[in-house]
Write a protein that binds this ligand. Sequence first.
Ligand SMILES: Nc1ncnc2c1ncn2[C@@H]1O[C@H](COP(=O)(O)OP(=O)(O)OP(=O)(O)O)[C@@H](O)[C@H]1O
Length: 269
Amino acid sequence: MPDHPEVPPTPSAVPAPAPALEVRGLWRRFGHKIAVSGIDLVVPAGSFYGLVGPNGAGKTTTLSMATGLLKPDFGTVLVHGRDLWAAPAEVKQLLGVLPDGVRLFDRLTGAQLITYAGLLHGLDRETVAARTADLLRAMALEADAKTLVVDYSAGMTKKVALACALVHAPRLLVLDEPFEAVDPVSAANIRDILTSYVGSGGTVIVSSHVMDLVQRMCDHVAVIAGGHVLAAGTVDEVRGDVSLEERFVDLVGGRVTGEGLAWLRTSSD
Ligand SMILES: Nc1ncnc2c1ncn2[C@@H]1O[C@H](COP(=O)(O)OP(=O)(O)OP(=O)(O)O)[C@@H](O)[C@H]1O
C-alpha cells in the first residue's frame, strides 16, 4: 500500500472548458443608427451555432465585432477565454472567418489564394502545400485549382473563401451567410465540410436570415432582431419558445413588413 494513495479529482476540481465565444454587452452605432444594443452570446465549444434574424437585425455587425473586423463602442469579446481586444494577434490564430460579401484577390488561382492565406498565418511552405491540397480535395475544387478565382462561380468562390478560413486549422469558424447565392450541390458540400469540422472538435457559427436552414444544421441558435438577442439556447429550446413571435412583433412596434415573419417560421414541421 502506498503511504499516500492517489485521490481522484472530484468533478468540481475539473474546470469547465471556456466557451468558444463569449460576447458581453456589445453595442455599436453608425451615426445616429444604433445597429446593436447590448448583445450577449455564449457559444459552447464544440457546438454548431446558428445566428438567425431578418435583414438588418444586426447579425453582420455582431459577427464583425466578435471577430475583430469592427471595434465595438462598448462590450467585451472572449474567444476560448482570451480577450480579443487585449490579444488580437493570438486570438486571430484561433479564428477562421468568412465575412459577408468577402472580396478575394481574384486574380490569383484557387490554389494560390489558399497558399497565400496560409502563409499570412505564418505556416511553413510544406504545411501550407499539404493543407492546400487537402482543402482543394475536400471542397471538390481540385480540377479548378489552377483557374483564376475571378472565373469561379458564386459557389466555388464561397468554397475557396472557406478554404482560406480553414487553412490555419482554427478552433472557431465564423461564417456570415455562407449559403447566400450558393447552388445546392456546393451548399451540400459546405454543410458536409462544416459537419466534419465540428465532428473533429471545432466550433462553427453561421449566420442566416432563414431559420429553417439554421435549425437543420445547428445544435444551438440565437435569434436576433432590432439589434437585440430575442432568444438563445438549443434548437429545441428556441423552437419551443411560444412567445418568440410575439416578442419579435413587440420589438418592431407591430410593424411586420417586408419578409414579415417568414424568416422565423419553418417548413420542416
Ligand atoms: N456601415 C454602416 N453604416 C450605417 N449603417 C449600418 C452600417 N452597417 C450596418 N448598418 C445598419 O445597422 C443595422 C444592422 O445591420 P447588419 O448588417 O448588422 O444586419 P444584418 O442582420 O446582418 O442584415 P442582413 O441580413 O441584411 O445582412 C441595419 O439597420 C444597417 O442598416
